[in-house]
Design a protein around this ligand. Structure first.
Ligand code: NAD
Length: 330
């Protein structure tokens, strides 16, 4: 028995290898497939654990699940340490453990920091691919933190965007995002939040807001909004009336109503849980998605464990194929 375990070993795939190996297209394909599997009942997220440690102001928890279609089983452990920046570390820290779904044996340990950003960007990109109007030309960005550059890079690959308009509660952060747009060859303009809504065909929100930043009356018919920042109870990026006026899609309905952007509209009785469509149903062809050019579509991207496992399993496979992983035996 020991020989079998030693021959298999455990793959170690570090942050650098993940960034080198897992591209945006890999992440898009993995996330799209797992959203489809979730909606088909082939993949399931397990209850999330998230606790305040009472130490270093940290939030710590686990996201786990099983994708029977892809045979991916695992858990992402980690959280948020607000003081890390001063130590030269990323505030969000996570690691993915993958297990052999036939035996339960630990098969890989994969760095989760880069993968979290790339899978979150893939999630909104999948929503744009399936829900935004085909003639979308102006991309609006609300937010300019760590995730925003990943979001921008993934979004511009989905439609023929001609320019970017952006607003952030902390305007001094916007030039860094502007530099990414410049690198992508897109004109970039910092404007008010209201002006973002007046100009953009697609809007991504990726902030840590607890109050609405976008109001219903500002948003034009036909806009697609990907709300990506709200992943915790109490957070909020858009007016509940805007959520209620839109056709709402999500990665997972249970998270959307509890920790996602829809939590407030549902709590206020403006939106029913049954009105929220899993985006996997659109991917699988069971729901038509956007039906008219005038409809406002809103994607509530709450971030599910299966997304992490999907991209981590791509990283493990590619690391194995290219010899970029080390292997240890416990
Ligand atoms: P960051 O700390 O690098 O940037 C924070 C962003 O939020 C900046 O744009 C900042 O100006 C803004 N902000 C900070 N405090 C604010 C406040 N009180 N009100 C309004 N805006 C505020 O964070 P990040 O890594 O870019 O993450 C942004 C958000 O995305 C966070 O809320 C994070 O939890 C969330 N997130 C979601 C997913 C998901 O899967 N949905 C995944 C990763 C991160």
């Amino acid at each position: 028995m020991k020989d079998v375990e030693q021959a298999a070993g455990i793959l170690l795939v570090g942050e650098e290898a993940c960034a080198e190996l897992v591209g945006r297209k890999d992440a898009f394909d993995a996330v799209e497939a797992v959203f489809g599997a979730m909606a088909a009942g082939d993949a399931r997220n397990f209850p999330v654990v998230r606790e305040a440690l009472g130490h270093e102001g940290a939030l710590y928890g686990f996201k786990s699940g099983f994708d029977r279609a892809g045979m991916v089983l695992g858990v992402k452990a980690g959280g948020y340490w607000p003081g890390n920046m001063e130590r030269g570390l990323t505030n969000h820290q996570s690691t993915v453990c993958l297990f052999d779904s036939d035996t339960g044996r630990l098969s890989a340990l994969v760095g989760g920091n880069y993968l979290t950003a790339v899978r979150t960007a893939a999630s909104s990109a999948v929503s744009i691919a399936h829900l935004a109007r085909k003639d979308s030309r102006v991309l609006g960005m609300i937010g300019a933190g760590h995730q925003s550059a990943f979001q921008l890079r993934a979004a511009v690959e989905q439609r023929s965007f001609e320019r970017v308009v952006a607003w952030n509660p902390h305007p001094e952060m916007l030039p860094k995002l502007g530099a990414v747009a410049a690198e992508l060859g897109l004109p970039f303009e910092a404007v008010s939040a209201e002006e973002v809504c007046a100009q953009a065909d697609v809007i991504i929100t990726i902030t840590s807001a607890f109050e609405p930043l976008l109001m219903k009356d500002w948003v034009r018919p036909g806009t697609h909004i990907a709300c990506m920042g709200t992943d915790t109870k109490g957070k909020m990026e858009v007016d509940a009336a805007l959520v209620a006026a839109a056709t709402v899609f999500t990665d997972e309905v249970a998270q959307s109503v509890s920790i996602g952007e829809a939590q407030h509209a549902v709590a206020a009785g403006l939106l029913g849980e049954v009105d929220i469509v899993p985006i996997g149903a659109v991917i699988n062809g069971a729901h038509p998605g956007r039906v008219t050019d005038a409809e406002i579509t809103l994607f509530d991207g709450t971030g599910v464990g299966l997304q992490d496992l999907a991209v981590a399993s791509v990283a493990a496979r590619l690391a194995q194929e290219t010899g970029k992983a080390s292997r240890v035996v416990l």
